[in-house]
Every structure is written in structure tokens, then in C-alpha cells.
Design a protein around this ligand. Structure first.
Ligand code: CA
Length: 232
């Protein structure tokens, strides 16, 4: 498995360092941002697996960061844990419906916080797994994860394990653009990055197998790939 990446958005440098240190020690890859603007930028660039988001930030506050993340289709699904200060109405924060997945109130123990992080990541993973087993239809393509089969225009087509994962990943998220590095990490994991740098080769093979529907996988120049959003 790839190391999960946690983005810590926190303006207090002491707390940012304590969190970064402890999350790294737990095996997470930590990205840090000092304010809301930097937080949003980093989230867009690095596509973290979870965002630990301070509510009170100097420029763009945590609620606004949360809203913007949820509105940006390339990162909208990222789990967010809101960090609130003592005395703030945490129920209100969650009730605002900006889409935080959980919250912790300061002062908190690092141990508690890490437990929350792991719980939220686990929740996300099991929801994704469940989703993953359902057959997925995209226009002429039917992807059946349970049987590991793909059919194009009703005809079964053989895909390698890597091609299958890549096609399923993109087709599950139509319209969302993924950079090559993100695809490698999210679809193939850390090992793949060492042995298999070239995502283009797999994409080429998938397109060939899609035949006349090859343009369902679009190249976004200078960025990466996306599955065409057919609206179906
Ligand atoms: Ca703060």
C-alpha cells in the first residue's frame, strides 16, 4: 500500500510541528500548510488522502477551506477532520453542512487525534471497497469488478490486472482529471512507482482494447488523463 498522505492546515507553528512529527512517526506522509489559501493550493496540487483542518485560520478560515474543497471535483471526496478550539460549538461546526467528516476539539491528545485519523481513513476505505464491487456501466463499457470482467459493446474484452484497475479507477470518477503520478500512486501503489513509471503505456493498451470507444479516455495536455463524463 502507498503511504497515506495527510495534509495538516494549521497556523500555529508549534501545533503544526507536533502534529507533523507524530503523524510521520505513525507512518503517514505529512504535508503542511500555514493558512487556508496554502491549504487549498496544496490539496489541489498533492491530492492528500485526508485533511486535518484548523477551524480558525488567519486568511481563509477552516469552514471556507472545507467548502472550497467540497466544490472542487478533483478533491471533493477528500476526508476532512476539523480541528476546533475549546469553547467553539463543535456541533454547530458539523451542523453547518460544509462537509467535515469528523472533528477534534483543542486541547486534544495526539493519541486521540491519530485514532480519529485512522478511523476516518478506514471508513473511507471500506465505503470505497463496497462501491468497488458493483458493476459499473459507462456508455458502451461494462466493468464487473466481482468477476474481473470488462465488456465493450456487449463483447467481453480481456484486460490485464493493471489495465483493469486503471480503467475502473478512471471510469468510477468520470470528468475528474488525474495526473500520471497520482494515478500511479492511487491505482498501482508505491511498488509500482519503483518498477513501472510509465502510465502512458497502460493507457495506450486500454484505448486499443476500447476500440472505437478509445476516446472515452481523454488526455488532458500537460496534466494527465480523465474518463469522459458522458453524463450517464
Ligand atoms: Ca488556528
Amino acid at each position: 500500500m502507498a503511504r497515506e498522505r495527510i495534509l495538516v492546515v494549521e497556523d500555529e507553528s508549534d501545533l503544526r510541528e507536533v502534529l507533523s512529527y507524530n503523524l510521520s512517526r505513525e507512518g503517514f506522509h505529512v504535508l503542511a500548510a500555514r493558512d487556508g489559501g496554502e491549504g487549498i493550493r496544496t490539496a489541489r496540487e498533492k491530492k492528500p488522502d485526508l485533511i486535518l483542518l484548523d477551524l480558525m485560520l488567519p486568511d481563509v478560515d477552516g469552514l471556507e477551506v472545507c467548502r472550497r474543497v467540497r466544490q472542487d471535483s478533483s478533491i471533493a471526496g477528500t476526508p476532512i477532520i476539523m480541528v476546533t478550539a475549546k469553547g467553539e460549538e463543535t456541533d454547530v461546526v458539523l451542523g453547518l453542512g460544509v462537509g467535515a467528516d469528523d472533528y477534534v476539539a483543542k486541547p486534544f491528545s495526539v493519541k486521540e487525534l491519530i485514532a480519529r485519523v485512522k478511523a476516518v481513513l478506514r471508513r473511507g476505505a471500506s465505503a470505497e471497497e463496497e462501491d468497488d464491487r458493483r458493476p459499473l456501466r459507462r456508455g458502451p463499457i461494462l466493468i464487473d469488478p466481482a468477476r474481473h470482467e470488462v465488456s465493450v459493446d456487449g463483447e467481453p474484452v480481456r484486460f490485464t490486472a493493471t489495465e483493469f484497475r486503471l480503467l475502473k479507477f478512471l471510469a468510477s470518477r468520470p470528468g475528474r482529471v488525474y495526473e500520471r503520478d497520482v494515478l500511479l500512486r492511487r491505482v498501482l501503489g508505491d511498488d509500482a512507482i519503483r518498477v513501472d513509471r510509465n502510465i502512458d503505456v497502460h493507457i495506450r493498451a486500454i484505448r486499443k482494447k476500447l476500440g472505437s470507444h478509445r476516446d472515452l479516455i481523454e488526455t488532458v495536455r500537460g496534466v494527465g488523463y480523465k474518463f469522459r463524463d458522458t453524463g450517464s
